[in-house]
Ligand binder design. Structure first.
Ligand SMILES: [Zn+2]
Length: 676
């Protein structure tokens, strides 16, 4: 038998996984070995008879096995980015085994008693602040996981956790299937009128890849508003695409209701009034009321804003003979208004956004200007798929910081959306530096064509790279407090801040050059984009708030030990939106219950509000960058040291105050979104 490459740390630079050696059959055996090691480590803690100490209790919990986090990081990145049938087939078993281990740990009363004892004594143990914080985090994790419950309740909870994990995996896989199935094949070229050439070519290539001799396959993105809807002149085609998008998914409705019911049962066992209350207990919001307050401050002005936009759009559509505006007309006429009222021409912008240039002369360049970083592509370091590219990242002294992998193109084996993953977590204790990946879903260009990206995709590139910076610039001792391991509802903050560089006057002219002529993007195009920034905020905020309200409503169901799935999930969705004051005939949710991966595939359950929550900090940080004294580089340095570097070792709201000298204020956000 050949050796399993997942069992040892890779000898490649920065412990980059040796993807050429890793095969699907390596994952489960490596996982099993990691689980065995972890169980032994936990067992020793449980059986410990000496007075508990940080070294004998917390350290083994933090680092029970080196194999386990390695195989987990690599596996989940792979299954999300390139989930071949072989991998999807083992995802359920993989997740179940991990959930079982978590159950054993966090429902273990002997270990909890020791953690609790250390928690009581934490200030007098001579520990550094990061270690005190680590104890606090473990104490919180154990108590919120139910370690303090009686034996029968703990057994019930373990079963529930397993059922939830299984249901989440099934939901996530089904959403990807539904997404691929929803793609619309266009056979008559005339129906593509209005669609830019680059888009057309990508659609033709997608059709060939799907085995179609002819035609154009418009593949879908995860969210409701498909990009093609902004361009297509043919109203019937728009309707076809829009309906395919919002009506995708059949089984996932009931799956979502089932997951919400299981979570309501879990919340009841743990003594919370709802799953939402349980979920926010260890986040910066802390109480559901804080999230309710955020909705209260934003819903009504956002709806009023969307109505004003609807009036303007209806006016323009009427000139085209459209008597009754429909949701599939919105994006198309919205773009027309940008062009007409603000002289914005997104299609004219596209030749100036070539992927590689945006990346190296925009995203990386901003990181150089602001944080003093530099980047070197390392084609010798191979990723997990031929489309993946690798760069080495250096700090201002030229010291290596880690690796950045970019996986930008869409493919049928990739989940929809965009995200960042760690392949190797930074930890001073373990002597590791970060290896991070950004995944996007940009349609791959046709053979020999440049990869031109849309305005929104440029924004996503900057956003995801903000997460990457958070992962790369951290200097924590302990992995579970490093990089993006912060409270769930604040993790979007650094990534949102990084979006500010996209249109920054010192950054934009550096990368927005015509891909053929090298000419800079005409100033009037950019000024138009900046002027038009407030246009569409009504629709954008409402579609977001609707998804956030749906996620929230599904998790505000009253906790009950025998909570049953909502009988009619579609009716529940409509009612939840109406009750929140978010029912709108023309603006659909960014994601509907049937494809709300954030909530039901796991990760952002009762947490989709986090984007707006974090944006309060983001908008106020942008205001700080504009107002504070000093050069860009000096302010970047302060943001680096106060926010990015600390990872989860301090609460972010407190770090924000240290940076700006005041608590975060919601006003810059309200102004930005036209809600003031
Ligand atoms: Zn993000």
């Amino acid at each position: 038998m050949t050796t399993n490459p997942l069992l040892q740390a890779s000898t490649l630079p920065y412990q980059l996984p040796d993807f050429q050696q890793i095969q699907a059959q390596h994952y489960l055996p490596a996982l099993d070995q990691g689980l065995t090691e972890a169980r032994q480590a936990y067992q020793q803690v449980a059986l410990l008879t000496d007075e508990p100490s940080f070294q004998t209790v917390i350290l083994p919990l933090e680092r029970p096995s080196d194999i386990l986090p390695r195989v987990t990081n690599i596996f989940f990145n792979q299954v999300w980015s390139d989930g071949t049938p072989e991998l999807l087939a083992i995802e359920g078993e993989f997740t179940e085994k991990l959930t079982q281990l978590e159950n054993e740990l966090y429902l273990n009363p002997e270990i909890f008693a020791k953690v609790e004892k250390l928690y009581q004594q934490r200030q007098s143990l001579g520990l550094i602040p990061e270690e005190i914080r680590l104890i606090e985090k473990y104490q919180q994790r154990f108590s919120l996981a139910g370690a303090g419950l009686n034996q029968q309740q703990r057994a019930q909870l373990a079963d529930l956790n397993l059922a939830i994990a299984q249901a989440q995996t099934a939901y996530g896989q089904q959403v990807t299937q539904d997404l691929n199935r929803a793609a619309v094949l266009i056979e008559d070229e005339e129906e593509l009128a209005g669609l830019p050439d680059s888009y057309r070519e990508a659609a033709a290539a997608a059709a060939r890849e799907a085995g179609q001799q002819q035609g154009w396959l418009l593949t879908f993105e995860l969210f409701t508003q498909q990009t093609a809807l902004s361009y297509l002149e043919n109203r019937e085609v728009r309707q076809r695409i829009y309906q395919a998008s919002v009506e995708r998914g059949e089984e996932t409705w009931a799956m979502a209701a089932q997951i919400a019911a299981l979570r309501a049962q879990k919340a009841a066992l743990l003594g919370f009034e709802s799953f939402a209350a349980l979920a926010v207990a260890d986040r910066t919001a802390q109480q559901p009321a804080a999230v309710e307050e955020l909705f209260a401050q934003t819903v009504a002005p956002a709806m009023a804003n969307a109505d004003r936009e609807a009036d303007r759009i209806a006016q323009l559509a009427a000139a085209d003979g459209i008597e009754k505006l429909e949701p599939w007309d919105w994006a198309y006429y919205s773009e027309k208004i940008k062009a007409k009222d603000y002289a914005v021409d997104l299609e004219a912008l596209e030749p100036y956004f070539e992927l590689n240039r945006v990346l190296e002369d925009g995203v990386f360049y901003a990181a150089q200007k602001v944080y003093g970083l530099s980047f070197k592509e390392r084609p010798d370091l191979v990723g997990y798929h031929p489309q993946v590219r690798t760069w080495e990242v250096f700090d201002q002294e030229g010291q290596g910081l880690g690796l950045f992998l970019g996986d930008f193109f869409t493919r049928p084996t990739k989940r929809g959306g965009a995200w960042m993953n760690n392949l190797v977590d930074q930890s001073l204790l373990e002597g590791t530096q970060a290896v991070v990946v950004n995944n996007l879903n940009i349609p791959a260009p046709a053979q020999g064509k440049p990869a031109l990206v849309t305005f929104d995709e440029v924004k996503t590139l900057f956003h995801e790279f903000g997460h990457a910076l958070h992962g790369l610039l951290t200097t924590s001792v302990y992995r579970s407090l490093s990089g993006t391991n912060v409270e769930r509802d604040i993790v979007e903050y650094p990534s949102q801040v990084n979006e500010m560089w996209m249109l920054h006057p010192e950054i934009l002219p550096h990368y927005a050059l015509h891909h053929q002529t090298g000419q800079p993007v005409p100033q009037q195009l950019i000024e138009a984009v900046l002027r038009a920034d407030q246009w569409g905020q009504g629709q954008g905020t409402v579609e977001y708030l609707r998804a956030a309200a749906l996620d929230w409503a599904w998790h505000c169901l009253p906790a009950s030990l025998d909570a049953q799935p909502v009988a009619d999930p579609r009716a529940f969705e409509k009612q939840a939106l109406s009750q929140r004051g978010l029912w709108h005939e023309l603006v659909e949710s960014r994601y509907r219950t049937s494809y709300l991966n954030h909530s039901f595939a796991g990760g952002y359950e009762a947490g989709y509000y986090s984007y707006l929550w974090a944006e309060v900090f983001d908008a106020d940080t942008v205001a700080w960058y504009e107002q504070a004294e000093g050069s860009l580089r000096e302010k970047g340095e302060a943001f680096h040291r106060q926010i990015l570097e600390i990872g989860g070792t301090k609460p972010i709201p407190q770090a924000f105050e240290a940076l700006t000298g005041r608590p975060a204020d919601i006003r810059p956000l309200l102004e930005r979104r036209g809600l003031a």
